[in-house]
Write a protein that binds this ligand. Structure first.
Ligand SMILES: [Zn+2]
Length: 252
């Protein structure tokens, strides 16, 4: 069984075709899917899907890009959602300095709030980090975040070593199958087996074979096959260990 640890099934165009998408996922052996929110509405929608489908779980949070738009009501709603039985993680949260849609100071403030909520509730954190390596890691460590995954890992090997040394996980998308992703393949070669998880981040980032199209959970096998290649292992073994890692990390 495979687990897609990061999917946005509540987004267009996935949400309009959910039954066939879930059917294809099942046929490819995807047994569990974590649907991730980026704001109040999409977090509520993730919970709705988790209520409807037994094998769907919800992560709730406010994406760093929108930090400046967040108000007290949004934050109260997020806090309230953590009480739901199928909310198994907080995120996505983090820092995005690639295109500064929200000022850094505001992103950092909102990121810290998510970390404190994770510390209070014991829920793991799904971290989005884009061009913000130093701040992301130092803030997580200073705020004593314990259970952390760097989702869609896309930084250097040197930074990955520091993430693993901090006790944090790294999760990989179909980007590892792209021709230009040599650095990521080096990261995979060195990644400790207990630190790897897999995700699609669908509808974005379709693997090479489907590039340019809409990504969906059934494509996650492409990422697993690439990891197996880099590790010199069987895809079946990578499937088993990434699933065990996700079950342990998210308690699902
Ligand atoms: Zn995402």
């Amino acid at each position: 069984m495979l687990i897609d640890t990061h999917a946005h099934l509540q987004f267009d165009p996935l949400k309009g075709d959910l039954d066939s998408i879930l059917e294809r996922a099942k046929n490819e052996g995807v047994g569990k899917i974590i649907v991730v929110g980026i704001d109040k509405e999409s977090s509520e929608q993730a919970i709705k899907l988790a209520e409807k489908y037994e094998n769907i779980f919800a992560a709730i949070g406010l994406h760093p890009q929108d930090s400046k738009k967040i108000n007290g009501e949004d934050w109260n709603a997020i806090e309230e959602m953590t009480k739901h039985a199928k909310v198994i993680a907080i995120g996505e949260t983090g820092l995005d300095y690639f295109k500064i849609y929200s000022p850094k100071e505001i992103q950092i403030e909102v990121f810290k709030k998510h970390i404190h909520l994770a510390n209070q509730t014991g829920l793991p954190l799904i971290v989005h980090n884009r061009d913000a390596d130093e701040d992301s890691l130092s803030i997580l460590q200073n705020e004593r975040a314990k259970h952390v995954v760097f989702h869609c890992y896309s930084s250097s090997l040197e930074f990955a070593r520091r993430v693993w040394a901090a006790g944090y996980m790294t999760s990989f998308t179909g980007v590892v199958t792209y021709k230009k992703s040599d650095v990521l393949r080096e990261v995979l070669k060195e990644c400790p087996l207990e630190k790897i998880m897999v995700e699609t981040d669908c509808p974005y980032l379709a693997p090479q074979k489907y590039r340019g199209g809409t990504n969906e959970p059934s494509y996650i096998i492409e990422t697993v096959v690439e990891i197996a290649k880099q590790k010199g292992m069987e895809a079946r073994e990578i499937e088993k260990l990434t699933t065990e890692n996700a079950e342990r990390f998210f308690s699902i």
